[in-house]
Design a protein around this ligand. Structure first.
Ligand code: TRP
Length: 455
């Protein structure tokens, strides 16, 4: 195949920038809010061990497959799949990986923008001192009132989407890379500051024990499947975001070690986030297993009652907003890059059009928390629940499964070796995982989610 060594959309200026960009996509609400609380609920240390196994056996091979496909095509996931299918003389049906991914990213962004908008709102409320000294009733009242007012939600969603589109419109180097250089180091620093605060808050031992106690009995089959689903979602796999980013990766850096760094960084941040959050929760004698309420009720309440709570609460929500925006920009890339290529269009114009349509779709999610709360679509879920279910539980696992199968069984060995090198490691580790282990695991999760949604 005639190889393009650079992408027309631009290239990451170094291997490190690619690692930060992919880690920026991976680190999001999934790490800071979801991981700590599901780890706590599913057996703590036991869950963490199983989760790490899932990252190694399923996450890393699928991520390597995405990067390898993306870098060998150097174009958007849809056009990359087209090239590879022609090259491998395979069925054009595989191009569906690209289409489904672009659509899934678009659907996920429509509600991700709404929820991320809440983090912006909470950052501003924290900074204004609104929560200082508030009690439990006041804090949950604030959340309920906020959700009940669609205009408020719309305002913050619009602000978040505008910021995302602004960054994305400026292009890979002037937009994405500039944002990543700024936000990722800031995120690390804020997280360390917060961890320092947690260590001195008085609840550290309890918070640590909550996340790392080994309780195999609390894990169960359910816990194993939750761990696998989480490994998959938190690494941004299954919709071509990492494939699109891989297309801009320098040719001479090793895919295996780069992907291992990304997965390690993502896991480290999830664990540190837990170690920063739970001590603060325990120091204030609050409930750790609040689910969705953890981030917007329990945490604000904890900060409301702590010395310097307004300051550290602001830091916390700024951190969450940064994490969310570097994830959001990756959700647009597959669709955006494709439209630019296909119509030879101006990137900024495509970004704005896509952003506006996504914003419009997001209004359905905004209304799902108030006027449309009771209106159900698929399987008794409202608009938000339906979009969330279709994208996260159907499209992502299906995409990941197809990506693993394509890379493992269809892609010519020559292309794999060109990208990964011909070390014996590839045949011993990468191929068996991507051919058998990863597809089997994803199929299991997929079957289980379908089964549990039907029963
Ligand atoms: N990984 C992000 C998180 O943990 C969410 C995310 C961003 C994502 N891009 C994605 C999930 C692509 C799946 C696919 O919050």
């Amino acid at each position: 195949m005639a190889e393009a060594s650079v992408s027309r959309h631009g290239m990451w200026s170094s291997r490190l920038l690619f690692v930060l960009a992919a880690a920026g996509s991976a680190v999001g609400l999934g790490n800071i809010w979801k991981f700590p609380y599901i780890a706590g609920e599913n057996g703590g240390g036991a869950f963490v061990v199983v989760y790490l196994l899932c990252v190694v056996l399923v996450g890393i091979p699928i991520m390597m497959a995405e990067v390898l496909l993306g870098r060998s095509g150097r174009v958007s996931p849809i056009n990359t799949m087209r090239k590879l299918v022609i090259n491998a003389k395979a069925s054009p049906l595989w191009v569906l990986i690209g289409w489904m991914g672009a659509l899934a990213g678009f659907l996920i962004l429509s509600y991700y923008g709404v929820i991320a908008g809440w983090a912006l709102y909470y950052g501003v409320e924290m900074a204004s001192g609104h929560f200082t000294g508030a009690d439990a009733a006041a804090v949950s009242g604030t959340f309920d009132d906020f959700l009940a007012n669609p205009w408020q939600l719309l305002f913050w969603q619009t602000l978040f989407m505008a910021m995302t589109i602004f960054i994305v419109a400026r292009g890979v180097v002037r937009g994405l890379e500039v944002a990543i250089r700024l936000f990722m180091p800031a995120l690390f620093i804020l997280l360390v500051v917060l961890l320092g605060y947690a260590v001195t808050s008085g609840g550290f031992a309890e918070g640590f024990a909550f996340m790392f106690h080994f309780d195999w009995s609390a894990l169960g089959v359910d816990g194993v499947l939750v761990a696998l689903g989480q490994a998959f979602f938190t690494l941004s796999l299954g919709m071509g975001a990492i494939m699109a980013y891989g297309a801009y990766m320098p040719a001479n850096s090793s895919i295996g070690s780069t992907v291992v760094s990304i997965a390690s960084l993502d896991t480290l941040i999830a664990i540190v986030a837990g170690l920063a959050i739970f001590p603060i929760v325990f120091a204030n004698a609050l409930e750790p297993g609040e689910g969705p309420g953890l981030m917007f009720v329990t945490i604000p309440l904890a900060f409301a009652q702590m010395p310097f709570g307004a300051l550290f609460g602001t830091i916390f929500f700024v951190l969450v907003s940064f994490a969310a925006i570097t994830s959001a920009i990756s959700l647009t890339e597959p669709a955006l890059a494709y439209l630019v290529e296909q119509y030879n269009a101006n990137r900024a114009r495509v970004a704005i059009s896509l952003g506006v349509i996504c914003w419009l779709l997001g209004i359905g999610t905004v209304l799902s928390f108030n006027h449309w709360e009771q209106i159900t679509l698929v399987g008794g879920q409202n608009f938000f629940g339906t979009v969330d279910y279709l994208s996260q539980n159907i499209m992502l696992p299906l995409g990941g499964l197809l990506i693993a199968l394509f890379a493992g069984w269809v892609l010519p060995r020559m292309v794999t070796e060109e990208q990964l090198g011909s070390s014996p490691w590839v045949a011993r580790f990468f191929l068996p995982l991507v051919r058998y282990v990863a597809p089997a695991c994803v199929l299991a999760v997929f079957a289980y989610t379908l089964y549990s949604s039907l029963t």
